[in-house]
Design a protein around this ligand. Structure first.
Ligand code: N2P
Length: 390
């Protein structure tokens, strides 16, 4: 059978219910279908599920009783965590290992796409990963998320109300918020004539070779959409074409597309202005007081990253214990003190000397949450490939 026929047969099997969503994802990946396409098919399946003819009218239906969560066994001896780099206090893992007698392996990634690609193929055997909001939606659609057992998470009550219910996981059934932040501009105030206040700084040829944008599709393209007053979640063809033109014009001035590791170059003075997240900028500022952070006047991305137990995780009890541990006020405060990001944990925030204040209503007007691009993902993937190779 040709690749195309095999793909069509596979889609037919999942649509008609002959194949489980999980088997579909595994086989579709084997056939080389992109994450975006797989997500689209699964979404379409849920949207098209036929109504049973004998089902009572919706108003007569009671909400389904959630099945009681089975008890988790005793804590396992190991726990595998996959998180963004520089995103935890230096002693968090050691303290957990000592108290719970559980050995932690801790790997890091630099983008949601990198993390999802690895988890999809079962790589790493991770028990906890940390997707951004839009990536939680992607992982849910790919059936990659494990339902949490809240009996083991009493410290969830420490979350600030706005993080206890997020738009990507409204009942908190698969995520525990980790940190929230903003993607803006990190700059060396001693190296630029005036503080940058616009994404247009990357079009300034006078700074050629001293500029970097993030090696992250959502952040790099999103900035150019905001620059033109568009949504950073836009999938409109003309918006994307303009973003491509703006991105390529900027690329001529860029030293590199680089994310968290740019901190060293800012500290050394090899880079003057970098697109970067607020917390990583604050970490760099600890090393060099000339580093500042600005939110461009056209607006920027705000996001909340959350911990999630991927399907296939082996150490479920240990994962729950770790989540409940980091929800303790003092542990959460130590994490945000190190990362420089905002804590979704109200009890932790109350313990911090200099917590990141949640943006005011006025500031929120120019900030926008990243959302799953759904059927627009493929166009963004192509655009990003064209920009990077252009
Ligand atoms: C970690 C920053 C991760 C934030 N260095 C990305 N949402």
């Amino acid at each position: 059978m040709s690749q195309e026929k095999a793909a069509l047969a596979l889609v037919d099997a999942v649509v008609s219910g002959r194949k489980s969503r999980r088997d579909f994802v595994r086989e579709a990946l084997g056939l080389g279908l992109s994450v975006g396409t797989i997500g689209m098919v699964l979404q379409a399946c849920s949207a098209e599920e036929p109504k049973k003819p004998d089902a009572p009218p919706p108003e007569a239906q009671k909400p389904p009783e959630p099945a009681p969560e089975p008890d988790l066994g005793p804590i396992e001896g190991t726990l595998a965590i996959y998180n963004w780099s520089d995103y935890i206090a230096e002693d968090t893992v050691a303290k957990f290992e000592e108290e719970f007698k559980c050995k932690v392996t801790y790997d890091t990634f630099e983008s949601n796409e990198e993390m999802i690609a690895k988890v999809q193929v079962g790589g790493g055997g991770y028990d906890l990963v940390c997707p951004s909001g839009y990536a939680v939606t992607v992982m849910k659609n790919l059936d990659l998320a494990t339902r949490l057992n809240k009996k083991y998470l009493p410290n969830l009550s420490n979350l600030a109300p706005m993080f206890a219910k997020t738009n990507f996981d409204p009942d908190g059934s698969v995520t525990v918020p980790w940190q929230w932040g903003i993607t803006g501009l990190a700059y060396r105030k001693d190296k630029v004539a005036a503080p940058p206040d616009s994404w247009a700084v990357f079009h300034d040829a006078a700074l050629k070779g001293k500029l970097t944008q993030m090696d992250d599709m959502r952040d790099a393209i999103g900035a150019w959409l905001k620059f033109r007053g568009k949504s950073l979640n836009s999938v409109v063809a003309e918006d994307l074409a303009q973003a491509k033109a703006d991105a390529l014009q900027a690329k001529a001035n860029l030293k590199a597309y680089i994310s968290a590791p740019v901190k060293a170059q800012l500290i050394a003075g090899d880079v003057f202005v970098a697109q970067l997240w607020n917390g990583d900028t604050m970490q760099a500022k600890v090393e060099n007081a000339e580093i500042e952070f600005a939110i461009p006047k056209e607006g920027a991305a705000i996001w909340c990253d959350s911990m999630l137990i991927p399907k296939g995780a082996k150490n479920i009890r240990a994962a729950h214990e770790f989540l409940n541990f980091v929800l303790r006020p003092e542990v959460g405060a130590a994490i945000s003190d190190f990362t420089g990001y905002g804590s979704p944990n109200a009890a932790a925030t109350a313990k911090m000397a200099n917590p990141v204040a949640y943006p005011s209503d006025e500031q929120m007007k120019s900030l926008e949450y990243q959302q799953d691009l759904a059927e627009g993902t493929a166009a963004w993937d192509t655009l990003w490939t064209e920009i990077k190779s252009g």
